[in-house]
Write a protein that binds this ligand. Sequence first.
Ligand code: AMP
Length: 295
Amino acid sequence: MTSAAVDSQLEIVRSVAALRRLVAKWRQNGDSIAFAPTMGALHDGHMSLIHKANTVADRTVASIYVNPAQFAPHEDFSSYPRSEDDDLARLAAAGCDLAYLPDPSEMYPPGFQTSITIGEVSHGLCGASRPHFFGGVAIIVCKLLNQVAPDYAIFGEKDYQQLLVIRRMVRDLDMPVEIVGAPIVREADGLAMSSRNAYLNDAERQTAGHLNRVIASMASDLENAGDAAEITARGKDTLMHAGFSAVDYLEVRNAETLAPFLGGPVDKPARVFAAAIIGKTRLIDNWPVNPPARA
Ligand code: AMP
């Protein structure tokens, strides 16, 4: 069985053939398609992508696939949270039309031997600490976009470097899809929602809430013409005092090109990017810096 309806709306498919049949039927009716790829364990951040998709196109497709190629052997692929039934219920309730849960053999057929390498925009930040990561993301997103063939694909700014990497790939490979960014959805204390927040115990969860406050305060100091190097050094100290075990990176970079601001005041739209570790959990977040025009 490749296709079934769980309620009046949501179709569930696990093969490329079944996916293409449904999408072709919608295309024949003149419907446009928006697509949100996910790794499941869906939370309100993911659901914001579904809502966005619903507003930009007639039909919404979501995928759930935990992609082994973007995890290094020491990372959390086998323990990554999986909650298929809950995820499907959430997608149905949000008015998603199709959930694509590809069988692993669809993504990596026997003999698979193709890779995609993205240049400069994938270097540094998460690309430095997870060298396998963006190659894994690029190949899977390229395949998913070829399989679904949507008009729009929605990606969260939570993974800001990933959003820029995908934009670059789509432009460079002439892929006929518009990439749409969606703002970060946060918990009440500002912690960016993430499937990995489920790993945090109560004490770690308290500490985690400092990450967004530190980068927001850095962004505000940068907007007030503070020195990027000093602000970054202070931010690292604050995170370590707040109880993080390590700061993987804390950097200020150009919002469009990701070129680093190493010192002095920031004079162009930028972002503070952070990855910090609490116990065994690595959290990422980013915050916009919009300096006023200065004479
Ligand atoms: P993931 O399941 O973590 O691979 O994420 C799937 C998509 O959801 C990516 O485009 C993420 O950027 C996006 N996403 C994850 N968390 C959030 C969040 N808190 N706010 C907005 N988008 C998010």
